[in-house]
Design a protein. Structure first.
Length: 662
């Protein structure tokens, strides 16, 4: 097992862990979570003996094989398949020994026994099936048969990280360390990796900000907080519930103790100078000194922003008509017929390389159509987020400089107030962004989009490099976004929280997907099985064309329905408009009621805070304030009861809204 005892770990002057303890048993699958910079990656480096602790002990069984994902990939001419096989160092060692032995051509009994032992060991570790195993790993991570034979040097950075991940998975390890393994994967590969890790027999330590991935894989959560390693049994959802309960109890205990401290301090201040009371006052001083103070519970997210109200709300924002999408020497999507209406919330699904990003680029207008038409609604304003937008930020300029390029006439303080919601505060907004992390640059790119008041958001993997709190802030902001959303994401929590339509991009077509993400997972497995050789089987093509509850409708069959000239389409849109109107009519009074309740709750909470602040004052318990204190205590009870009553009303109204939405 892994045993960490009284561990202190620092990087430079910053202490990451102090007096931390942790015990992990073989087979544990652990999610390591905590804010960026708290020491998660440093703990991985410590376990790999790249760092040394400042104090304490770290015990790992000496015979354990530790696998991790390399951050660098050599400019190798080796094929992707051979590179993945290199992850099994024992296998490669036996292969090298066999090659050497077979070239020696010795015939004595000792040599023959040695050769036989090598072959037996090779068979024992699955050497004869190793190429198939490596090919299956690469296939699951999105490499087709042709790509597996290509030299490593030909792959881009994201694909090289997939190769490094395949190499780590190929290692028959006792301990697997994965630091943000999903960042360079699409949804299909994420779901495949999820299943692979669920079947992994060793001990797993996983750092990721993908809450659905954590839920599916881990059976223990270790939360890095206050320089400690705090263990929680269960997945991430279980951790959230337990953590919320702990914080509630902690805050109640803190408030109770603060009242006790205030009472003791008041007595000391009043009577420490009186001879008759000096002994009692001194006793209370000692009580205060012995008291282990409880910290206030803080869970406030540093992120709080909302998309600004779009200036124009055209009914139809964009129309691709009989469009051929692709690049100079390659057609990707054929005869695309697609309309985007105001308020649509669409998630794009599909296997890697099928054309999701190509479709988003074409919608954004950054990739010209090869054929067909792209028609914009009047007042269309696009907010487009993709990785290349992040890479195009000026690294030698500041956050504030980027904002001023958008709107030179806005006051600096207005920008600062806005950027605070993205956790860019104080001097941070005037620093060069060159040393910023990937997550900080992604936050800046999102801030630039939000400021421009788009009515069509096109988001291609917007949560890469963002931590859990920022992902949650993005999801909440998108839930409130009034315009149209098209998003490609491997973050299923984001897809489930923000979209109400799923569209499938596969086999050159774009079609509505008639199912949920669980259905898509089954579809993706069938698709992968049909495409092992790089092309669709007749059976899969038939499924794509016919469609079902868990598969796509054929885009070519759906195209006539999307035509404005079609009577069926007109009737359908009228029915949809009527349904939306009825839904709006039912929801509007409830939403107004929610806002009113939230306003009342805010006022009551503010009053409660003011009362508690007064009660914590030193002079609150003075004789001359006795009547006032009694009034405040009475009002505190009334306010607490009122808040509780309003919260129940809020939950009832919210439940009714959810029933209407369902």
């Amino acid at each position: 097992m892994i045993r960490i005892t009284n561990l202190t770990l620092a990087r430079g002057p910053k202490r990451l862990l102090e007096g931390a303890n942790l015990t992990l048993f073989p087979g544990h699958k652990v999610g390591l979570i905590g804010p960026n910079g708290c020491g998660k990656s440093s703990l991985f480096a410590l376990l790999r003996k790249q760092l040394h602790q400042d104090a304490g002990d770290v015990e790992i069984p000496a015979k354990w094989v530790i696998a991790h994902v390399a951050q660098e990939t050599p400019q190798s001419t080796r094929s992707g398949l051979d590179y993945a096989l290199d992850g099994d160092t024992e296998l490669r060692g036996i292969e090298a020994a066999l090659e050497t032995a077979e070239h020696e051509h010795e015939s004595d009994e000792k040599f023959a026994a040695h050769l036989a032992n090598l072959h037996a060991h090779y068979d024992h570790i699955g050497g004869y099936a190793s190429r198939s195993r490596a090919a299956a790993l690469l296939s699951g991570l999105g490499f087709n048969e042709e790509q597996q034979s290509r030299p490593v040097a030909e792959f881009s950075g994201g694909w090289r990280m997939r190769l490094n991940l395949a190499q780590a998975l190929m290692c028959r390890s006792d301990l697997l360390l994965l630091d943000e393994p999903t960042n360079h994967l699409d949804l299909d590969a994420v779901m495949w990796l999820e299943d692979w890790l669920a079947a992994y027999q060793g001990t797993l330590l996983l750092i990721t900000h993908d809450r659905d991935f954590l839920d599916a894989v881990v059976n223990k959560v270790v939360h890095v907080e206050n320089l400690k390693l705090n263990e929680y049994t269960g997945n991430y959802s279980a951790f959230e519930k337990t953590r919320a309960m702990q914080l509630s109890v902690q805050q109640a205990a803190y408030q109770k103790q603060q009242r006790q401290v205030a009472h003791l301090q008041s007595f000391i201040n009043r009577f420490k100078a009186k001879a008759t009371k000096a002994k009692q006052a001194q006793s209370r001083v000692k009580t205060l000194e012995r008291m282990e103070l409880i910290a206030a519970a803080h869970v406030d997210s540093p992120f709080e922003f909302a998309f600004r109200e779009p200036e124009a709300k055209p009914r139809q924002l964009l129309h691709l008509k009989e469009a051929l999408l692709g690049y100079e020497n390659r057609d990707i999507l054929h005869n695309v017929e697609w309309r985007l209406f105001y308020g649509d919330k669409i998630g794009l699904l599909g296997p890697n390389g099928a054309g999701k990003s190509t479709l988003v680029k074409s919608l954004a207008g950054s990739l010209a159509l090869k054929r067909g038409g792209r028609y914009e609604g009047q007042g269309l304003k696009i907010g487009y987020f993709a990785q290349h937008q992040v890479e195009q930020l000026r690294s030698n300029e500041s956050v504030l400089w980027h904002m001023k390029q958008l709107d030179p006439n806005t006051r600096e303080q207005d920008f600062r107030d806005f950027l605070g919601g993205f956790d860019f505060r104080g001097g941070r907004v005037t620093e060069s962004i060159a040393p910023f992390s990937g997550g900080e640059k992604a936050r800046l790119a999102l801030a630039l989009i939000v400021w421009q008041k788009p009515n069509l958001l096109l988001l291609d993997e917007p949560t890469n490099h963002l931590d859990i709190e920022m992902r949650e802030a993005v999801a909440e902001a998108l839930q409130e976004f009034d315009g149209t959303l098209v998003v490609v994401a491997h973050d299923r929590h984001l897809l489930k929280a923000t979209t109400d339509q799923l569209w499938l991009v596969a086999d050159g077509n774009v079609a509505e997907f008639d199912g949920d993400l669980d259905d898509y997972k089954q579809w993706a497995k069938a698709y992968a099985a049909d495409h092992q050789k790089g092309k669709a089987s007749p059976e899969h093509s038939r499924r794509v064309q016919q469609g079902s509850a868990s598969q796509a409708k054929n885009a070519l069959e759906a195209a006539p329905v999307l035509e404005v000239e079609s009577g069926d389409r007109k009737a359908q849109k009228r029915a949809e408009a009527e349904a939306r109107q009825k839904s709006y009519a039912a929801k509007k009074p409830l939403e107004d009621k929610l806002k009113k309740l939230e306003k009342e709750m805010t006022a009551l909470n503010r009053e409660k805070t003011d009362i508690e602040t007064w009660l914590a004052r030193e002079d609150a318990y003075a004789e001359e304030n006795k009547a006032l204190m009694l009034d405040f205590l009475k009002r505190q009870g009334e306010v607490t009861e009122a808040i509780s009553a309003i919260e129940w009303q809020w939950f009832e109204v919210q439940q009714k809204l959810e029933e209407i939405a369902a």
